[in-house]
Design a protein around this ligand. Sequence first.
Ligand code: GDP
Length: 333
Amino acid sequence: MVPRPRDLPSADLELIGGVLAREPRALAKTITLIESTHGDHQARAQAVLEALLAHAGGSIRIGISGAPGAGKSTFIEALGLHVIARGHRVAVLAVDPSSSISGGSILGDKTRMEKLSMEPAAFIRPSPSGGSLGGVTEKTRETILACEAAGFDVVIVETVGVGQSEIAVAGMVDVFALLQLPNAGDDLQAMKKGIVELADIIAINKADIDPRAAQRAMRHFEGAAAMLRSASPRWRVPVLAVSALEASGIDRFWAEVERYRTAMTESGEFEAKRRHQAVGWMWTLIESELGARFRHHPQVRRDLEKVSRAVEAGGMTPAAAAHRLLGYMNENP
Ligand code: GDP
């Protein structure tokens, strides 16, 4: 059972008060609590989140994906500074443990988002280290809520263009943007992996290096995007040429984000997507909890290896094995 806010220890009430008062330290501490794998901390984190939930939801959540070196950090810094200049407050989170703002690079590599990190209206948080992708994304979803409760009205989630992380991030943001480089190799890679299908906005970065190549890439992606079924009949995926380094095209990118939000809000799709994501998240949590309970069940633990070996050796069908192991869940340990 999650304790009621009024029953919370004073330290947690202070955290809640601090987050709502927009104190960065309180937010950082809350996120540390959210990221903790300690059972005790997890219960506390859930109680704190429950108290914050009524104050969450007020941001535009933007996913930024792209291969390492595509310029995500540079782009996010330029975008962050752009929106801060327009009076917004921006939180930047990373999903992959391998991502450019994690792995100690915020502390170790001072050149990364250096200007943005000095802005009082910015909050930058590296990816939680360790754990499975599922675990990391679960924490990131909750971290988004905490950032919103702390008054950040733009939340940017960065993810590296590899593996399952795009799908996970696309499932937690309102608008998903893909950063590409103007060369065919990358284009093909993104298409093959189906990432283009997830994109609501495509930005060809480093257009300053070779503007003509960027134009070619734009046409290429426009063709691909036109062939794909867009997530909404009201939205045609725009393809932009930008230079994160020179901060050019950033204004157009932000304008597209705002246009997207307006169009989706008017049609009701904005809220519908969030509701759908929330239910999807609930199922992810149920499935992961069921999996954990299964693996921790004493009889499963006793029998799992033997049964796995029998399946490997062909002495038992996978279906019979699964039936037998799952059957233990119905018995008291
Ligand atoms: P990330 O790995 O995707 O986060 O990429 P970074 O933001 O670290 O950028 C990788 C390299 O590309 C860095 O040396 C950046 O300075 C450079 N870079 C990023 N954006 C641009 C751009 O628009 N133009 C040029 N010429 N270089 C860029």
